[in-house]
Design a protein around this ligand. Structure first.
Ligand code: TMO
Length: 317
């Protein structure tokens, strides 16, 4: 512990952060632990640990709290949890907006640009002519059929708590597909790997930034372009009686969120957390440390901190 603290001090002094400035900043803040939300995909878990370890280096207390992707926003609005490093527009915008209206904090956007949607390996471009258009995929549905889905194509969907509306989309667009959700992210990648090795049809939920792009060649399916009205106004889009008849945002934001009490109890930590800002390659690299290299989230965070010193030093100024 002593060794860790003196190491920490050396790192911060090396980062050009004076010891006096650090303790003055901490003095304003509560000594209660800042509760950091943990979800169930790799970049989020690693970067939650990165932020937690950086806060600890500054002498602050943190606690990691696992949470459901949608329910976390009620917890942030209530002050039961304090910080979320990854707010994805494509899956969480609705729940996030409600939380902000109820008092949670929008702590700003990362530089990263995101997309979350149906995705397939590029070798299928020859199997289903017209891809990546969704109509071409739909016309090719029977190639994706399994015993489980009968004559319908199987779409390997995300875990239920990720806030997607794919069964509704299938219905709204009248597609000949059925969503089969996985229980956890690792199953998505196992399904992809198994099909990829045999060049078999597979269409699954994926997102960017992710480690996938460094390992597999593939593309997102192009659905009718997203418009916010698609999520709220049935009349919008090609199905006049249904919402969700569109794709997810193709250039979605990735934001950070805080509780209201974050700014009240830890004003100086809040200033630091507002400065946290990551790029697409940095998110992808965080995921790869777990999904490719097999590190634990804690060790992945240590490695990420070692590999990205210039980035986090800038947040500490
Ligand atoms: C929120 N996620 C990155 C899993 O789509």
């Amino acid at each position: 512990m002593l060794k860790f603290q003196s190491l920490t001090r050396a790192v911060l002094l090396g980062a050009g952060v004076s010891a006096a400035a650090m303790s003055a900043a901490r003095a304003e803040d509560s000594s209660d632990p800042i509760k950091i939300v943990m979800n169930n995909w790799s970049s989020q878990v690693v970067l939650a640990n990165v932020v937690g370890q950086l806060l600890e280096m500054q002498g602050r207390a943190v606690e990691y709290v696992p949470s459901d992707t949608q329910l976390q926003y009620t917890a942030l609005a209530n002050g039961d949890m304090d910080f979320q490093i990854e707010v994805w527009e494509g899956s969480q915008a609705e729940a996030f907006d409600k939380a902000v209206a109820a008092g949670a904090l929008d702590l700003g956007a990362h530089d990263a640009v995101t997309r979350e949607d149906w995705w397939y390996p590029s070798y299928l471009n020859e199997v289903c002519p017209g891809l990546p258009d969704w109509k071409a995929l739909d016309a090719c549905a029977e190639k994706f059929a399994t015993a489980e889905t009968g004559t319908k194509g199987r779409f390997v969907g995300p875990p239920a708590d990720w806030g997607k509306h794919y069964s509704e989309r299938i219905q709204a667009l009248g597609m000949n597909f059925q969503e089969v959700p996985v229980g956890q992210a690792a199953t998505l990648w196992a399904e992809l790997q198994a099909a990829y090795d045999r060049k078999e049809p597979v269409v699954l939920f994926n997102w960017t930034p992710n480690f996938i792009e460094a390992k597999f060649e593939g593309q997102f399916v192009e659905f009718p372009a997203f418009d916010p009205a698609c999520w709220t106004d049935p009349k919008w889009g090609q199905n006049p009686d249904a919402i969700y008849d569109c794709g997810a945002p193709a250039k979605g934001y990735l934001k950070k969120a805080g509780s209201k009490q974050l700014a009240e109890k830890w004003p100086s930590a809040t200033e630091f957390l507002k400065k946290v800002n990551l790029t697409n390659p940095q998110f992808a690299a965080a995921a790869a440390l777990v999904d490719v290299d097999g590190l634990t989230p804690e060790d992945a965070a240590k490695k990420w901190i070692a590999d990205n010193e210039a980035t986090w030093k800038a947040w500490m100024q």
